[in-house]
Design a protein around this ligand. Structure first.
Ligand SMILES: C[S@@+](CC[C@H](N)C(=O)[O-])C[C@H]1O[C@@H](n2cnc3c(N)ncnc32)[C@H](O)[C@@H]1O
Length: 307
């Protein structure tokens, strides 16, 4: 597998910066619905169940999730507030935007999970803060900046570092800034969705230095429909130039994403095959396809020196 330059790939994608920085979440959710962006669905179902598993293993009463690239807090709406992606409508979001007191907002919601959201979009974080859909929300860019001291205290207790739809904009640099703060890395897992053209090896190596073993889920998850023929052709060409399989993207007309899970080596001895099989059978509707080419990080040398 050749390395794919994230910047080259990200430039073939439709530019969403206008909607990311809108004061209202409505344009983003409209875009999500128009392009059938389904990643929040995977967070609602697969990531939530993984967090349950982590909580059970480490007896965590209130697992704390750091959501990097959280945008308007959709993942928190599901993970913390117990909402369903399919049921989050533009009408709700419009209402919460204008009357934030009507948004669902108990500190740890229905689920006992508390979310700390991070995003460079000041407008998106302003929405999260006004509505309190997350427990904590910070407008900043961990690719460039360290966390302010008050949020270091929050990150200290992190149990799950998540990104959905943000890898490529972010790299391992952002995740490691959170890892640097964590008091007990033995009770934290890292889960990132990364589009298939993105090369995750440098992330897996960086996390290995903190004692984490990385694996890719055995499925490719649909991400969203290609917005144009140009975007589709550009993505397929990027995959092919990197020597990667583009057949799923070509056949389905959807960008696809891998889910990478990094667990402390002591936790990673537990095989997740049964978990994936059970979750898959519960979610046939989500058009997940098996990933015969997933990278096996156990086969690469996971140290920076050996790179
Ligand atoms: C496709 S949206 C995903 C939002 C959300 N995670 C979801 O799945 O609905 C990508 C998000 O990444 C954010 N982003 C861009 N650059 C970033 C950075 N350097 N650090 C964190 N987030 C970033 C954008 O502002 C945007 O909110």
């Amino acid at each position: 597998m050749n390395a794919t330059d994230p910047e080259d790939f990200m430039s073939t994608k439709l530019d969403f910066s206008n909607v990311y920085s809108s004061s209202s979440p409505v344009p983003l959710i409209e875009l999500y619905r128009n392009l059938d962006y389904v990643v929040p669905y995977h967070v609602e179902h697969f990531v939530a169940r993984l967090i349950d598993r982590l909580a059970l293993r480490h007896a965590l009463a209130t697992p704390r999730v750091v959501d990097i690239g959280c945008s308007y807090g959709l993942s928190a709406l599901m993970l913390q507030q117990g909402r369903q992606y399919d049921d989050i409508s533009t009408v709700d979001l419009e209402l919460w935007h204008h009357r934030p007191e009507t948004a669902p907002k108990s500190p740890t919601g229905k689920t006992g999970i508390e979310v700390f959201g991070v995003d460079p979009s000041a407008a998106a974080i302003d929405f999260c803060q006004r509505t309190s859909v997350q427990r904590w929300s910070w407008a900043g860019d961990l690719e460039r900046d360290d966390l302010p001291a008050e949020y270091c205290q929050v990150a200290k207790q992190a149990n799950f570092i998540l990104s959905s739809g943000a890898y490529g904009y972010i790299t391992e640099r952002s995740v490691c800034r959170i890892l640097d703060q964590i008091e007990d890395p033995g009770r934290c897992w890292i889960g990132n969705f990364a589009l298939t053209p993105l090369d995750y090896r440098s992330s897996a190596m960086a996390f290995a230095d903190y004692g984490y073993k990385t694996e890719a889920s055995p499925f490719l998850f649909p991400h969203r429909r290609f917005s144009s023929k140009q975007e589709r052709d550009g993505t397929v060409a990027t995959l092919r130039e990197a020597g990667l399989d583009a057949s799923v993207e070509e056949r389905t007309g959807y960008l696809h994403t891998r889910f990478y899970l990094s667990r402390p080596v002591e936790d990673a001895v537990e095989d997740l095959g049964g978990f994936w099989a059970l979750e898959l059978s519960r979610h046939q509707a989500s058009q997940i396809v098996s990933d015969n080419r997933r990278p096996l990080f156990g086969e690469v040398k996971l140290s920076k020196e050996g790179n």
